[in-house]
Design a binder for this molecule. Sequence first.
Ligand SMILES: NC(=O)c1ccc[n+]([C@@H]2O[C@H](COP(=O)([O-])OP(=O)(O)OC[C@H]3O[C@@H](n4cnc5c(N)ncnc54)[C@H](OP(=O)(O)O)[C@@H]3O)[C@@H](O)[C@H]2O)c1
Length: 323
Amino acid sequence: MRAIHITKSGGPEVLELQETPKPTPAENQVLIKVKAAGVNRSDIITRQNTATYGKGSPTTLIPGLEVSGEITEIGEAVTDKKVGDKVCALIADGGYAEYVVVDSSHCLPIPEGISLTDAAAIPETVFTVWFNVFHLGKLQPGEKLLIHGGTSGIGTMGLQMAKAWGCETYSTAGTEEKVDFLKKLGADHVLNYKEYNFEEVWKDEKIDVILDMVGGDYTQKNLDILNKKGRLCYINGMKSMDVNINLRTIMAKNLTVTGSFLKPQTADVKTQIAKDVEKNIWPLFHSKQIQSIIYKKFPLAEAADAHRLMESSEHIGKILLVM
Ligand SMILES: NC(=O)c1ccc[n+]([C@@H]2O[C@H](COP(=O)([O-])OP(=O)(O)OC[C@H]3O[C@@H](n4cnc5c(N)ncnc54)[C@H](OP(=O)(O)O)[C@@H]3O)[C@@H](O)[C@H]2O)c1
């Protein structure tokens, strides 16, 4: 099969299309003939730091955390899926390839109304938002949610999920075009962070939950605008992972600061998230309250251009590789 390999740590040019053996499913896994793979910011971090992931191993790494496609083989112990099923799946790596193996319990049916290709944009965003905002952050209907970087893959999905959940939504973005897009998508309050200071504009809003991927000096500002018993949920610190905060703010308002990485969660945790999102979020696709926002699709061989686009931050929503 053909797959994109990270040949060494570096820029997009280290991504190479190579012939590689087709994987074989273990007893609890399925083999998926991939239709499309989602590109995620995390793939860029993996590409830049392969040396630390490879730990001196001579083998190269196939990136890719989510795919859609058709099951062509199943392991001996698999009873919940069959050959021919069309699915989307969360995977630990290996998605930029014509075939990938995955635990059968990390595969979900294609939501009604979503094409097989576009379904590749769903797993990483929905699983991450569910785990951080709804499970750890305990977002409730009627509460206020702020997501920074609203036009990211995560942001476009998270804002729609929260709106459909009955929440008031807030978001920040870096251009007027992005602000307009988020308003049309249904976000209630959006500002261009290059023009306005969110911590001043929203200082009296009493926001209940914030999903942040920026970190750095945003952290104290986030704490300052949270409601009593508010929850601050971290999924990255793109500006800086090192922060300087006043602990008094947390104690005075009874705040919770949490965060997680999805990729290293155990298989059981991912299985539980899959069950939760199929029950709670899949019906929102069926009722057309949420959709996957796709910005651009690239052929597999042009994965380097897909990474260049993501690094430019020009995109709104998801970038896909199509087989
Ligand atoms: N912890 C986890 O398990 C987990 C899982 C999935 C994703 N993530 C993280 O969630 C974030 C979103 O992921 P994604 O794949 O949806 O990303 P993405 O589509 O590439 O979006 C990232 C957006 O963040 C905005 N941004 C704000 N401050 C930034 C900064 N200092 N540097 C770069 N961009 C900045 C940019 O838009 P503007 O023009 O508005 O600035 C950019 O488009 C990433 O940081 C990713 O690593 C974490």
